[in-house]
Design a protein around this ligand. Structure first.
Ligand code: PBG
Length: 324
């Protein structure tokens, strides 16, 4: 035998020397759920270790996570049912607690990167990402609503807009609206290949944002399709996205890889709620080693080509590597 791959694995030092993929806390984006009020830290039953936070409790949490090296946070609002309506008007209203929180967080920690969610579902009485008319999700009439939402978030000081709605043309529409309003420095990380997935279940529990009727298959992608992801990526790229996201991540690593090969802007993978919930549940039962499984999962996303990873594991993983 001339070639014995095991020689390059014979000690920890050699293994480290030839390690191909690195992952650090700088690659992590931590999704956080925000609720109006004070002194709230409610655990999400289908997503243990994750909470709905009121702003006063969230600020020290962010500070703790920053000490672990996490610098980017994606905020999602859990909105009271009686503030929801057909047109998601609370999403851009003056007294929106989410917009106030963005302002306060950026004021308190100007060095961190804040990302938002742009879609109607947390604010919509229909629970859909777009406007519902006669049972249909209408594309073009949704765009001005998304624009207003994005501008309100930019005004509040957001660094990165995250359109998660999958309407056609929304990246270009939001880019133009932001630029016209003078927010040329606000970035867009578009949810490019977002599949209609069962793995969003715990997230919808967290925000109580599940569709009131029907499903999201007329706008989110068919899990069977891969080439279509290239079309979505091409459109978002041409419309001015700064970064492209694939979501979910774990069951779609081939798509992460494909988009990374074809586009020269950063690619992010969203390790969604259901993917994390499976690991929490198995670890709780003692069926796998949580720390090792999490490391392996996040590494798989980096290896597939993700530059950054949105994950509910962010804090645990950052703590793990900080203490290693
Ligand atoms: C809503 C949105 C969803 C997620 C992020 N933004 C859910 C959905 O499309 O129904 C899912 C994130 C997760 O499951 O962690 N536009």
């Amino acid at each position: 035998m001339n070639i014995r791959p095991r020689r390059n694995r014979k000690s920890a030092a050699i293994r480290a020397m030839v390690e191909e993929t690195k992952i650090g806390s700088e690659h992590l984006i931590y999704p956080l759920f925000l609720k109006d009020g004070s002194n709230i830290k409610e655990e999400i039953h289908s997503l243990p270790k994750n909470y709905r936070w009121s702003l006063d409790r969230l600020l020290p949490e962010i500070e703790e996570c920053m000490k672990l090296g996490i610098m980017t946070y994606d905020l999602f609002p859990a909105v009271d049912e009686n503030l929801k309506d057909k047109i998601a008007s609370y999403s851009y209203s003056e007294d929106n607690f989410y917009l106030k929180a963005i302002r306060k967080i950026k004021e308190t920690f100007p060095e961190l990167v804040l990302m938002s969610d742009v879609a109607m579902d947390p604010y919509s009485s229909d629970g859909h990402d777009g406007l519902v008319e006669n049972g249909q999700i209408v594309n073009d009439a949704t765009l001005p609503i998304l624009n207003k939402m994005a501008i309100a978030q930019a005004q509040a000081g957001i660094d990165i807009i995250g359109p998660s709605d999958m309407m056609d043309g929304r990246v270009g529409s939001i880019r133009e609206a932001l630029d016209l309003a003078g927010y040329t420095d606000v970035s867009i990380m578009s949810y490019t290949a977002k599949y209609a997935s069962a793995f969003y279940g715990p997230f919808r529990d967290a925000l109580n944002s599940a569709p009131k009727s029907g499903d999201k298959k007329t706008y989110q992608m068919n899990p069977a399709n891969k080439r279509e992801a290239l079309l979505e990526a091409q459109l978002d790229f041409e419309e001015g996205a700064d970064m492209l996201m694939v979501k979910p991540a774990l069951a779609y690593l081939d798509v992460v890889h494909l988009i990374k090969e074809h586009f020269s802007i950063p690619i992010t993978a969203y390790n969604v709620s259901g993917e994390c919930a499976m690991v929490y549940a198995a670890a709780e039962k003692g069926w796998l080693n949580y720390d090792i499984a999490v490391g392996e999962i996040l590494l798989s996303m980096r290896r597939a080509g993700a530059d950054a990873i949105l994950t509910y594991f962010a804090k645990d993983f950052a703590r793990l590597i900080a203490t290693k």
